[in-house]
Design a protein around this ligand. Structure first.
Ligand SMILES: Cc1ncc(COP(=O)(O)O)c(C=O)c1O
Length: 392
């Protein structure tokens, strides 16, 4: 049985919610059930809200000086994942996407190449061009419903384009793939040999399903840590996307100097006040206990989705995530064209999912579904899908 916090649907109308307010613009109609952008339709945990309410009892919301306790919270959080860091390695950013844009600026020069593995979170593909760098795409290999890395191709592209930085999605969005130690070691080896900086976005690394285990890239060795900038945030796990929380972990002192200059040039030095309060509340024992409950709920949702497709639409391949709450659905055996997928989902099933092609060309034939929803919302989504299938 799910806890009540995970069962009931909350109305998000009038709360300036991207997921809801962009329905008409993205899907051409208001009556879609939105299951796209990666925030949760679940309440941000009560202990985080309470910490913010407590801070609001003081009527002055002046400038922030980040307390040592916030640094300690980040240190402890990453220690439990097997990454040892020190306070001066933590550089605050204004969210994780902000972190990788700044990292691209800090680690590479205009005109240099930045490599990403596709399909991938859309801003990864935009980051190089927006910063006057060159985008190099190394497509992941799909084998029996899972993505793998073609290391030979990866290295070839690194050499051919003289890649300066590798923007790594770890765990992977949209597929929820958790990279294994041998995979990480091979990637790190290539990057070290060719002097490629690793920008490791680990925002999806908290909610990892057994038996999979997240291994921070920078934890592999001191050499790898010196070559890596790790980016993270409690934003995904604790549903704090609206607070713009992020940080970079930079072990290499020379790199840290360069990164700090870029931050300074952009006047970025601390989290905002509520981001700070929320981060400390989330990165706590209460946060760890909450994660276990959230994971149990997500497991039930994933089981139900798999069972649904198994029973009613087995030709759709469900890529069950090894981490986080996004599900990559392969419709390529079902529809003759990519466009037909969204037409069916939006116009027949009234569901608003991410279009697979926004993750790059390998996303053709796919859509991404966000399962961080209460039971009632999943009930509704499955009902709509079933009705659309019956009428199809
Ligand atoms: C891999 C990855 N990085 C970054 C983000 C965005 O995080 P933020 O809101 O902290 O910029 C997302 C959001 O979906 C993501 O999937």
């Amino acid at each position: 049985m799910s806890a009540p916090e995970f069962t009931h649907r909350l109305d998000r109308e009038g709360t300036a919610s991207e997921k809801y307010d962009l329905r008409e613009r993205l899907f051409g109609r208001l009556d879609v059930l939105p299951m796209w952008v990666a925030d949760q339709d679940l309440p941000t945990p009560d202990f985080v809200i309470e910490a913010m309410q407590k801070r609001l009892q003081h009527p002055i919301l002046g400038y922030v000086e980040t307390p040592k306790t916030a640094y300690q919270a980040v240190i402890d959080w990453h220690r439990q994942k097997g990454l040892e860091i020190e306070a001066d390695e933590i550089l605050w950013t204004h969210n994780v996407a902000n972190g990788f844009m700044l990292a691209v600026q800090a680690l590479t020069e205009p005109g240099e190449a930045v490599l990403v593995q596709t399909p991938v979170y859309p801003p990864f593909r935009q980051a190089p061009e927006l910063n006057d760098r060159r985008l190099v795409e190394a497509p992941l290999t799909l084998d029996k419903g899972r993505y793998y890395i073609d290391f030979e191709r990866f290295e070839q592209l690194v050499v051919e384009h003289k890649v300066a930085a590798f923007l790594f999605c770890h765990p992977q969005n949209p597929s929820g793939r958790v990279w294994t130690r041998p995979e990480l070691e091979t990637l790190a080896d290539i990057c070290l040999r060719h002097r490629v900086w690793i920008i490791s976005d680990e925002i999806h690394s908290d909610l990892v399903f057994e038996p999979h285990q997240h291994l921070p890239m920078a934890s592999l060795s001191n050499e790898v840590a010196q070559q890596t900038v790790t980016l993270s945030s409690p934003g995904k796990t604790f549903n704090l996307g609206g607070l713009q929380i992020g940080y970079a972990l930079v072990a290499n002192p020379r790199l840290r100097q360069v990164f700090k200059r870029v931050l300074k040039r952009n006047a970025i030095h601390d989290l905002n006040l509520f981001a700070l309060v929320a981060l400390e509340a989330a990165y706590s024992q209460a946060g760890r206990d909450y994660m276990a409950r959230l994971q149990a709920h997500l497991t039930v949702n994933l089981d139900r989705l798999e069972a649904f497709f198994g029973l009613y639409w087995p030709r759709v391949r469900v890529m069950r995530p090894q981490a986080s709450f996004l599900v990559w659905l392969d419709f390529s055996q079902v529809f003759a064209s990519h466009e037909a997928i969204q037409r069916f989902l939006v116009d027949k099933a009234r569901l608003g999912l991410n279009d697979g092609l926004s993750f790059g060309e390998p996303g053709r034939g796919f859509a991404r579904m966000n399962l961080a929803v209460p039971t009632e919302t999943l009930d509704q989504a499955l009902k709509q899908l079933r009705q659309a299938l019956e009428a199809h």
